[in-house]
Design a protein. Sequence first.
Lengths: 211, 197
Amino acid sequence: MELPVPLERDPSSVSIVPVSDEDLMGRAAEDDERAFTELVRRFEGRVKNLISRVLNDREASDDLAQEVFVRVYAHRRNYRRGSKFSTWLFTIAANLAKNEIRRRVRRRNWFSLDALQEMLQDSAPQLADPREGQEMALQRGQLAELVGQAIAAVPEKYRMALVLRDIESMAYEEIAEVLGIPGGTVRSRINRARGMLKRKLQPLLRREGSQ
Amino acid sequence: MKCRDARRLFGAYWDDELTQAEREWLESHFTGCTGCRESYEVLARSLELASGLPRVEPEPDFAERVLARVRRTESVPDRLPVATPRWAPALAVAAVVLVAAVFAIQFGGRNTTRQVTQAVAVNPAPATSTPTPPAPGDAAVLEPQLVTAEGFSDSLFDHSADVEFVLDPVTVRRGQAHPATKLAPPITSGEQATITF
């Protein structure tokens, strides 16, 4: 009678989940495709989300996120062992997203602040009933779209810091590394970005009516 | 002044980075200042909306698509390929052959001329027959050869006449002489010359 091979003895079934991101990247740097695939699986969502929020373009986020990982693999031997993988990854993602913003701005005025303000004003009458509440009057998807557009209307250098901090929950120190700017500048950019976002979203928020 | 100080702390309050003393001071300010409290609530709600946006869901085939793209990228050189006409390699080879021919003519011309002249003078028969070397003392045979040699220029070819160089593509491609050129005697003057190596 043939006994089933224990999973642990089957090399192809060895789980690599407990391995740290940095160890996986070290293996990927030595052309280990399985380690690289695991890294892609771990960070796919965060990278896509970052790009999607910075560009306010979910469809483009898939393609650009692929490009981020392609670059990670292409430059795998430049990865400094011991450095935090996510910082390196998000540096690449942030740079690609910034390049994409600039490319779009060159081609046309992709993020039109005027158009956004116009739209926010148009949506205000829908929220006029104080009994219902402005947020409740909006469909959830519509609200998300407006918030996404409000974020996209924040100038790029502030937006990137805002998304990394308030959407990706990254530490200030890591944001400073990703963006290559001092910690104090990160804080100041985030504070300014938050203020801008607040002003843009005020018309949507119920309490704003009383001010 | 108090309100301005309070608003400066909003960000750190949201991040929970205030000291206990700062937090207590701000919260006591909120109880007495509706404007600051509502302003903070708007900020907090805005940040909640931003952080609560629906996240992009991972796709099951994303990693495979990335790997496929990696493989495609790795198989393609960094530089974009430049469209090269099909005849370009043949032209390049022909250019090299031509340059080599010019060098051969310029630097090996003197010896070649003498050898050709000797071959023509001593044994004008077709190349198929074995040339017979002249006897060392046979002046009668050598005399016309010397006269002929003086009539030739220093080059293999007579540059006073128009000479058309024909680069046989078959020869160039295969790296060996075209059979037709082996049969034909070398042309050193006239209107056409076939160059083979």
